[in-house]
Design a protein around this ligand. Structure first.
Ligand SMILES: [Zn+2]
Length: 216
């Protein structure tokens, strides 16, 4: 995962003795490069640990061990794990470039998914709706639309629950013909039909016996 380090001055050193327990997702309501510049501008008095852009790039603005200023104002919170103190101390903030009504791009989604996977593993964050939350759960008034109705919560929880794909994608070159394959548990796999047809063999799928039959 390629993360670009773009430090913001808007942070508090350390975590005030708190343990990181949750990820807070945001939408910038602005586009690059303005949104990145703003989060790094001392006048903003705001930041996030990460910013995921619409082209799928990931920027880190504040180190995980420090406190970013992304969810410090609490109004009508609906977050069950809010303990009465500043939520910035015990959360990681991820900003997403864009607006609440437009949703994430595919590249942006994939980058954000990777980043969530990485953080969930690193900080042992449970994959559920109290540990991976939208900003609106902390400020239900001014941030009711952060990250907004198009944020792909179902897909994100579904993909995070499945865990990392433990295969490596490879190309198999057979007599000059390229096929997609993968390596799993140290063995290389390729689609049997494509391989057999390249060999001039006939392939038949016997549904009843769940058997691939190859003949000349
Ligand atoms: Zn927000």
């Amino acid at each position: 995962m390629d993360i670009k380090w773009t430090p913001s001055p808007n942070f508090t050193k350390g975590r005030n003795g708190k343990k990181i327990i949750a990820i807070v997702d945001h939408i910038t309501a602005g586009y690059m490069p303005g949104c990145l510049n703003w989060l790094c501008n001392p006048r903003a008095k705001a930041s996030a640990h990460y910013l995921v852009t619409r082209d799928g790039s990931i920027y880190q603005l504040v180190k995980d061990e420090n406190t970013a200023w992304h969810a410090g104002n609490v109004k009508k919170p609906s977050w069950k794990l809010y303990d009465g103190s500043n939520p910035n101390y015990y959360t990681i903030g991820i900003e997403h470039e864009g607006f609440p009504h437009e949703g994430l791009t595919e590249a942006q989604y994939q980058a954000s998914l990777m980043l969530h996977r990485f953080l969930v593993k690193r900080f042992e964050i449970p994959i559920d709706e109290e540990h991976i939350i939208g900003h609106h759960k902390i400020d239900g008034v001014r941030k009711a639309n952060c990250p907004g109705p198009k944020f792909p919560w179902d897909r994100l929880f579904n993909d995070l629950g499945k865990g990392e794909e433990d295969v490596v994608r490879i190309k198999v070159l057979f007599d000059g013909r390229e096929m997609d394959g993968f390596i799993k548990d140290g063995k290389a796999y390729v689609e049997v039909r494509k391989l057999c047809e390249a060999l001039g063999l006939k392939v038949y799928w016997n549904e009843k016996e769940k058997k691939v039959e190859v003949s000349r």
